[in-house]
Design a protein around this ligand. Sequence first.
Ligand code: DSN
Length: 425
Amino acid sequence: MTKDYHSLKINDMKYNNLQNDTAVWEIVQKEEKRQNEEIELIASENYVSPAVLEAMATVLTNKYSEGYAGKRYYGGNCNIDDIETLAIERAKQLFQAEHVNVQPLSGSPANAAVYMAFLEPGDKVLGLKLDHGGHLSHGHSVNFSGRLYNFVQYGVNEKSGLIDMEEVRRIALAEKPKMIVAGFSAYSREIDWEKFQAIADEIGAYTFADIAHIAGLIAAGEIKNPVPIFDVVSTTTHKTLRGPRGAIIMCKEKFAKQVDRAVFPGMQGGPHDHITAAKAVAFGEALRPEFKDYARQIISNARTLAQEFMTRGYQIVSGGTDNHMMVVNLASKNLVGKEAEKILEKIGISTSRSTIPNDPNPPMNPSGLRLGTPAVTTRGMKETEMKLIADYMDIALMNAGDEEKLLELKIKVKELCERFPIPTK
Ligand code: DSN
């Protein structure tokens, strides 16, 4: 083991016992070093606070607690009842939710539970196409959602890159789905929740919002909240919300029982109680006034990054961003997503390839690159650093064959990371 790896820096935990398993320990330390020294621009990733990390390493992991507070199928759950209730109360306050289930293990299981709560297999659902920015669990044919339910799909307008609400309405009226899904994993504009609800009201459909990407921005009041409008809303807790890996479901009180039953016993067994504790910590952090500043800075950083790319001749799908992410269309630079992702990885910048609407290329090597600013903003980077990052990325992409230049950039990226360490408090 090299000297570099002697102490983890992103929290005060000592890991004295884990160090005895040298095989695991070395890998963990290498990953920590990578995270410290590289720039994270994957829109769905973030750095949790030390308190969230510590909550995940508590003895709450030892417990089985199928059921809900006061109604468990195992004894000894008095403290688990308290932590789950605390997480629920904080989430309710954060999102103005009538009812919250904090047990979903992650985003796709949460969405599976939502479908189970409201639909029968074979029912018709309307969702955003994957290559237009949707998510696998919004009806793609290779996913359980597309296999179990009869999904019809809407897309974005070819010219504007915006969700075409006229098309949503036209398809909804023609197809009469039982549920309309709004939400995305690669879309950079605000969603008109009210318009979705109005369309659903015309045909008596349920409304389901998947806010996994933007939950932190919504919690901070920087993006409009669908929770008071929609029937049911799911979110992961680990993206802009900066909590542990996991998810929650929020719904109107009248749907509480069916949502809870779908999560357990419908979809899942025992909840991960240590993660529930970490969710409670993250919600507590998001309720603090400084989280609003964080969310505002994420958006400002994303806008700056998008502008810097456009200034350098790249196209951004929809021409900019209102949230934490953007999809860069690389066609004008004669590049494709996988290639760009690999070049940037060489200089220590993590990104994720992405489809663009109506992508002529296959999903494994699509035409776009998705970038997001939640993680760099957690490090304290601001507009000045976004300009630097855009510069480093552009030089790397335009000089992919120049190994010396790439090495130079890798050093610059590392220096930038050293100036903005991952917060330890
Ligand atoms: N993997 C997540 C993302 O990157 O958006 C969604 O599942």
